[in-house]
Each structure stands twice: as structure tokens, then as C-alpha cells.
Design a protein around this ligand. Structure first.
Ligand SMILES: Cc1cc2nc3c(=O)[nH]c(=O)nc-3n(C[C@H](O)[C@H](O)[C@H](O)COP(=O)(O)OP(=O)(O)OC[C@H]3O[C@@H](n4cnc5c(N)ncnc54)[C@H](O)[C@@H]3O)c2cc1C
Ligand code: SF4
Length: 451
């Protein structure tokens, strides 16, 4: 039996180290660099980068505006299509979206620096404190939005621009969804998320009601009764279980919950972290928790994933970033049991995995053990259908565990729309959630004209 004392402490680093580790991971471009980078754009006709952006930002137009010194105009071009253009400039995996599609890759293997240029333009506009949008004439229609994440707020903003009055309900203390509570702290440092939320709300016509949860304080039936239309953007509030023995030991944590705590802890030296950390999962959440615990001062951080590197949903860029940060990634293994001393986890036993002749994942029977002061579960979040179907006279149709929507983001219930992670659309990404919210707002607008 292992009686190694658990080693979970706060304050492992000096104040200067925390400052560096949780500062801006990608320093912003200066004016000279922005000019040089923007001049690399060919301003392509039928630009493939526009096609690759889920929100369809007119990239050559905004890049050209930067190249000609019209930075505010560039920001407006971005925000017209994507009101979260500032957040997306920081968190979008551009390497698999616009920058992957950039034709510059063909000649030089180096795309135009689209993400950084987008940030340059939107930061400029925010710094100037400009509100470039206006509300349309009041329609007298009221729309309820459940969820104040990127999907809900993008929908609310577009609806408010179209003249509707919007109320956004969210159980958290702050609006912003996973931008505020989930994104890696070094991608969106300081108070950027709340400044962006304030910018969005400053349009007017949007009432933000925090501390209010659908399914707890208010039901879908009530929202449908009291409002002219409803948008659901409540994300994926549940977490998958490991289904391994010992999962309830102390020190075994849900990665997303810990990241939320980390994001809300101003002074990172107060956050306890293990000396030895094991992360189970293969997506961006696994990468984010691994890198952030390393940056909190954990000495030894290992991600264990049940399949090979190519099956990881974390992009190659993210996997490389984790390794640069000293995180080890071990493939082809699954947890069997977690063992502890006095209720506190101290090691995880894994079994090696392989694909059988029919392509199914199986255990090989060979085992190994990793010491762990903390174990993070990063194996995905789930939608909680009860929040929307409990007590409803007409149930909302679900598909693959999420809300079923058509191309207009309409659900099976008249006047109810959905988007972002809680609905089955495309990628689970901030930019996709924004696009879903925007599409739903226009669909709701059309629907309200018929009422
Ligand atoms: C750890 C982590 C890191 C990520 N990093 C990135 C990244 O770097 N880049 C990227 O593009 N994507 C990233 N994602 C994915 C991205 O954050 C999501 O795809 C995006 O936030 C989805 O937006 P949403 O509005 O649908 O949901 P959310 O952002 O989850 O917002 C949902 C909102 O609904 C609220 N809510 C929950 N329950 C209720 C209820 N019952 N009633 C009312 N409101 C409710 C929540 O409080 C929240 O504010 C990450 C996700 C995670 C978990
Ligand atoms: S594909 Fe690249 S070069 Fe062409 S318009 Fe887009 S950013 Fe510019």
C-alpha cells in the first residue's frame, strides 16, 4: 500500500511566475507588425478563408482596411458578422479554420496571421470605447434567451439590433458562459471577457438576469407563455463520469469545474494544485487543464488518452502547445481504478488499449500505474435534457442527447429556437455558438413577423 502523503498546495510559484504564466500567451501585434502582416494578404476573390470561418467574416475586406489604416472600419467589418470577434480572435483554433484555408499556405506554408489581425482591429475599437451599432425601430416583441454564453448573447445582440426586447436568463453570477468560466486563463487574461459582455449589452434592449436557471427558477412552458419567442443556449451543463472504481476519492475533480474556479481566482497563488497531476481525456479541455495546472506549479502532469494521437479532438497545435509546456501525453490507455489513502487519491491504475480486428477499442490486459495527487476528468460534458423537458406539455425533440434543430435553428416546438453546444449543429466552438445565435435571431425575427 502506498502511504505517500498527498502533496496539494497553493503558492508553489513566485508572484512574478504567476504573472508570466497567466499573462497573455500571444502578445498583441503592434501597428508596424499589423501593417506588415496585413500586406501579406492577396485579397482573394472568392476567398477560401471566408468560407472556412463559421461566422463568414469578410476577412480580405477587414485585412485590407487594416492595410490602409482604417482600423475602426476593420473592426466593424468583423463585428457585423461576429459580435464576439474579440474573444474569437483569442480562442478560435484558426489553424483548422480560416488560417488553414489561406492560400498563402500553398506558396509559403505560412498563412496570413488572420487571428492576430482580428484581435488588433477589435482591441483598437474597444480601447476607443466606440459602440458602432444601433437598435432598429422597436417592434414591441419580447424574446427570452436561456443562457448568457456566446450563443445566447450573440442571439440577444442581433435580436436587439432588429428592435426586439430581450431578457437573458443565466444561473451564474457573470454573463459570458465558457468565455468567462472555461477558456484557458492565458488565452483571455485580465477582464477582457466582461469588457466584451459590457460592450454587447451596451447596445441596449437586453436585460441580463443572472442567478436564474431554466428548469429551476423558470420553466420552458413559462417562457413560452410569457414571451413571443424563446432561444435556448444553455450549453452542456453536465459532465461524463469516468465509471472507474475510486472516482469519488478526494483529489479527483471535474476539469471544467476546476478551470471555472481558476478563472475566478484573481490571485492564482491561492489555488491549491497537486505536485503530480493526471488528466484523463483527449480534447481541448484535457489540454487546458494540463497546461494550467503545470502553469500553477504542478511538477509532473500527464494526459492519458484511450486512443492514439490522431483521434484526439485537441488540435495538433494544442497538443504541441501542451508538450512545449512540459505536459506528457500518453496514448492507448484507459483508467481501471483510482486508489487512495484516507480517502485521498494517490494513484491511478491503467490498462493499455488497442483496436481489435473489428476496430473496437479493447484492453490488452497489460497494466501500469501512475502516481497522482490530483486526477482531472476531462472526458466531455453532456446536455441535461431534464432542464428543458421536465413538466412540459409538449416535449422538445432531442437528437443524440442534444436539442434537435433544423438549419434555421428552429426546434420541434413553435417559437423555440436553440444553438451553441446544447444543440446538434457543427463544432463545439465559441465561433460556432456565435453563428448559431446569429442564425437563430434572424429566424426568430422572421417568425415574429408572422405573429
Ligand atoms: C474548458 C473548455 C475550454 C474551451 N476552449 C475553447 C477554445 O479555446 N476555443 C473555442 O473555440 N472553444 C473552446 N471551448 C468550447 C466553447 O467554450 C463552447 O463551444 C462555447 O462556449 C459554447 O457556447 P454556448 O453559448 O453554447 O455555451 P456556454 O458557453 O456553455 O454558455 C451556456 C450558458 O448557459 C448557462 N446555463 C447553464 N444552465 C442553464 C440553465 N439551466 N438556465 C439558463 N442558463 C443556463 C451557463 O451558465 C452559460 O452561461 C472550450 C470549452 C471548454 C469546456
Ligand atoms: S485566403 Fe489568405 S490571402 Fe486570401 S484573402 Fe484570405 S487571408 Fe488573404
Amino acid at each position: 500500500m502506498n502511504d505517500r502523503p498527498s502533496d496539494i498546495f497553493a503558492g508553489r510559484l513566485s508572484p512574478a511566475e504567476y504573472e508570466v504564466n497567466f499573462g497573455d500567451v500571444e502578445p498583441p501585434l503592434d501597428a508596424k507588425r499589423a501593417l506588415v502582416d496585413s500586406s501579406r494578404c492577396y485579397f482573394c476573390h472568392d476567398a477560401p478563408c471566408i468560407e472556412a470561418c463559421p461566422t463568414g467574416i469578410d476577412i480580405p475586406t477587414f485585412v485590407r482596411k487594416i492595410a490602409t489604416g482604417n482600423i475602426k472600419g476593420a473592426a466593424i467589418t468583423i463585428l457585423e458578422q461576429n459580435i464576439f470577434g474579440g474573444a474569437c480572435a483569442r480562442v478560435c483554433p484558426t489553424e483548422i479554420l480560416c488560417e488553414q484555408a489561406c492560400v498563402r499556405n500553398l506558396s509559403e506554408d505560412k498563412p496570413v496571421n488572420i487571428g492576430a489581425l482580428q484581435r488588433y482591429a477589435t482591441d483598437h475599437l474597444f480601447a476607443a470605447g466606440v459602440q458602432p451599432f444601433q437598435r432598429g425601430p422597436a417592434t414591441g416583441k419580447r424574446v427570452a434567451v436561456a443562457g448568457g454564453g456566446p450563443a445566447g448573447l450573440a442571439c440577444a445582440h442581433r435580436l436587439a439590433m432588429l428592435g426586439h426586447d430581450v431578457t437573458v436568463f443565466d444561473p451564474r453570477e457573470k454573463m459570458g458562459g465558457l468565455n468567462e468560466y472555461g477558456s484557458a486563463a492565458y488565452k483571455v487574461p485580465h477582464d477582457f471577457v466582461q469588457r466584451e459582455v459590457e460592450f454587447i449589452l451596451s447596445l441596449g434592449g437586453i436585460e441580463a438576469r443572472t442567478g436564474k436557471a431554466l428548469g429551476r427558477d423558470i420553466s420552458l412552458t413559462e417562457l413560452r407563455r410569457d414571451y413571443d419567442a424563446v432561444f435556448l443556449g444553455i450549453g452542456l451543463p453536465g459532465v461524463n463520469a469516468l465509471k472507474a472504481e475510486g472516482e469519488d476519492l478526494k483529489g479527483v475533480e471535474d476539469a471544467v469545474a476546476y478551470i471555472a474556479r481558476l478563472r475566478q481566482t484573481k490571485d492564482k497563488s491561492r489555488l491549491p494544485v497537486g505536485r503530480t497531476v493526471v488528466v484523463i481525456g483527449g480534447g481541448n479541455t484535457a489540454i487546458d487543464i494540463a497546461v494550467q495546472t503545470k502553469r500553477l506549479g504542478a511538477e509532473d502532469v500527464t494526459i492519458v488518452y484511450r486512443r492514439g494521437a490522431v483521434s484526439m479532438t485537441a488540435t495538433d497545435h494544442e497538443q504541441e502547445f501542451a508538450q512545449i509546456n512540459g505536459v506528457k501525453i500518453k496514448h492507448w490507455a484507459r483508467p481501471l481504478r483510482l486508489r487512495g489513502t484516507n480517502g485521498q487519491v494517490h494513484e491511478v491504475e491503467f490498462e493499455y488499449t488497442q483496436l481489435d480486428s473489428e476496430g473496437r477499442l479493447t484492453g490488452t490486459g497489460d497494466r501500469f500505474t501512475l502516481a497522482a495527487d490530483m486526477v482531472f476528468k476531462a472526458i466531455g460534458q453532456v446536455f441535461l435534457p431534464d432542464l428543458v423537458i421536465k413538466g412540459a406539455a409538449e416535449p422538445l425533440e432531442l437528437k443524440d442527447g442534444r436539442i434537435a434543430v433544423n438549419a434555421e435553428r428552429a426546434t420541434s416546438l413553435p417559437g423555440v429556437y436553440a444553438g451553441g453546444d446544447c444543440a446538434l449543429t457543427h463544432h463545439d466552438l465559441t465561433v460556432q455558438a456565435v453563428e448559431d445565435g446569429k442564425i437563430a435571431a434572424h429566424s426568430i425575427d422572421e417568425y415574429l413577423k408572422t405573429k
